[in-house]
Design a protein around this ligand. Structure first.
Ligand SMILES: Cc1cc2nc3c(=O)[nH]c(=O)nc-3n(C[C@H](O)[C@H](O)[C@H](O)COP(=O)(O)OP(=O)(O)OC[C@H]3O[C@@H](n4cnc5c(N)ncnc54)[C@H](O)[C@@H]3O)c2cc1C
Length: 422
């Protein structure tokens, strides 16, 4: 009886919502900035636009009231931390005067300068920031679709997929084979697959020592390669194998029913398969017309305004940022530059030429961290490396240095999440 009643109530509420779209959200009387996506890019942009000028009405549109962060989620997969350590809410952004709309944005009308939400609300904007992160290309790898991902998780968006891969590793018998398929560039977090492989190898070595992990790669080179490979040789000689593109590592198709990954030379049968497929800017960027044929969004490297649609800025993983990698660190740095540019543009000013920094930490083991850093500036319409300004961790270093870098990685995650969500 109670079930029938609540179902009837739900149907009544649903039909009422269809008849009467949600009331307009309070956007304030000043200039209006709408931000789509409350990740490292979008939540930071919302915060810093508001900080730059509190008279600007800032609305953050985010599909989920809980944000689950990818950085450090490889630690969850390896059993080193709980998923709850990855999760954050938006209460402090609300306290800072940002209007929060926990809905999916389904459309952008660039002519009318408005955003449509799943509940039917239309939000007018003077400047729009699109920061929706990535979507997986379900058409990018034959055999790999949403159903296959329930058997061969990608875990490239943190949350249920992270837990699925974790539980598969836990259930695997000692002596099993884990296979990771790493995509060609560009993709979210260039060192991510190799950090993941390292931490899974650590789990296997310490908990299931007869098991092994194989990385099948669509590339011949990857981020921090020498540092990773030296560490693997020292820490996981019997547990981790990397098969490069030229050694036949590119996965051309998968068969979820048999957990098989197919390359030109071999079929690899996995006990646990982690398939990281090709990616593109998330759907709303395609819908809004800010993505080009590559699937990513070209932007002006000074203001991050779209090169395709005026008054829309794209930041974070969805954007083409030249030499700057798709990382949370980059997304946060771009957000600050973008927020400053928007505040200036709305005030009739001109954005200054920025310099941006990225640092990507990776853990090879819980007490073994390595780093790559870069500094970037606008050059010939893109963000280019400032030669000699960045670098990687020393190739030869005592364990104490690696342990210190692992601590710095932990400190970075705490700092960035406190800045964005705290
Ligand atoms: C395993 C792994 C490890 C990583 N480790 C690191 C690391 O150590 N350091 C580092 O710097 N980076 C790391 N990264 C990369 C980092 O997670 C991303 O670069 C970063 O999250 C990009 O930020 P973003 O804001 O562009 O996208 P996201 O953080 O993905 O945020 C996008 C948000 O937009 C929302 N959204 C999307 N579409 C809509 C819509 N239509 N309407 C409303 N909301 C929408 C989503 O719900 C999401 O909350 C890692 C990534 C992975 C996968």
């Amino acid at each position: 009886m109670a079930i029938h009643k609540s179902r009837r109530d739900f149907l009544k509420a649903a039909s009422a919502a269809a008849l009467f779209p949600m009331p307009a959200l309070a956007q304030g009387a000043g200039p209006k900035v709408v931000v789509i996506g409350g990740g490292f890019a979008g939540a930071s942009a919302a915060r810093f636009v508001k900080k730059a000028n509190s008279a600007i009405g800032v609305t953050l549109v985010e599909a989920s009231p809980t944000f689950t962060a990818c950085p450090f989620s490889n630690g969850v997969i390896a059993g080193l931390r709980p998923l709850s350590a990855q999760q954050f809410n938006y209460q402090k952004l609300g306290d800072a005067g940002i209007t929060l709309a926990f809905q999916t944005s389904t459309g952008v009308d660039a002519q009318a300068k408005s955003v449509t939400l799943s509940g039917g609300t239309r939000l007018p904007y003077d400047r729009l920031v699109i920061a929706p992160g990535i979507d997986l290309r379900w058409d990018g790898l034959p055999g790999y679709d949403q159903r296959a991902a329930e058997i061969m998780p990608h875990a490239w968006k943190a949350g249920e997929q992270t837990l699925l891969l974790r539980s598969q590793l836990e259930s695997m018998e000692d002596g099993g084979t884990v296979v990771i398929s790493a995509p060609a560039n560009p993709f979210r977090c260039p060192p991510g697959p190799y950090e993941r492989a390292s931490l899974i190898a650590y789990y296997l070595k310490t908990r299931k020592p007869k098991s092994k992990l194989i990385i099948l790669d669509a590339k011949d080179a990857f981020s921090k390669q020498r540092l990773f490979q030296n560490a693997w040789a020292a820490l996981y000689p019997n547990h981790l194998e990397w098969v490069s593109l030229s050694k036949g590592g590119k996965v051309n198709a998968v068969d979820a029913a048999t957990k098989t990954l197919k390359t030109d030379f071999n079929d690899y049968k996995a006990d646990v398969a982690n398939v990281i497929p090709p990616q593109r800017a998330a759907a709303i960027a395609q819908t809004a017309g800010v993505a080009d044929r590559s699937g990513w969004c070209p932007v002006d490297p000074v203001s991050f305004e779209s090169k395709l649609v005026p008054n829309i800025h794209v930041i974070g993983d969805a954007a083409i940022m030249g030499a700057m990698p798709k990382s949370a660190f980059s997304a946060n740095a771009q957000a600050k530059v973008c927020a400053d540019a928007i505040a200036k543009l709305l005030g009739g000013g001109t954005p200054g030429e920025p310099r941006l920094i990225n640092t990507c930490y990776s853990l090879v083991a819980p007490d073994y961290g390595i780093t790559v850093a870069g500094v970037y500036k606008p050059t010939d319409g893109v963000l280019a490396d400032i030669q000699g300004a960045g670098g990687v961790s020393p190739i030869e270093a005592p364990q104490a240095t690696r342990a210190l870098e692992a601590q710095l990685a932990d400190g970075w995650f705490k700092t960035i999440t406190a800045e964005v969500f705290g």
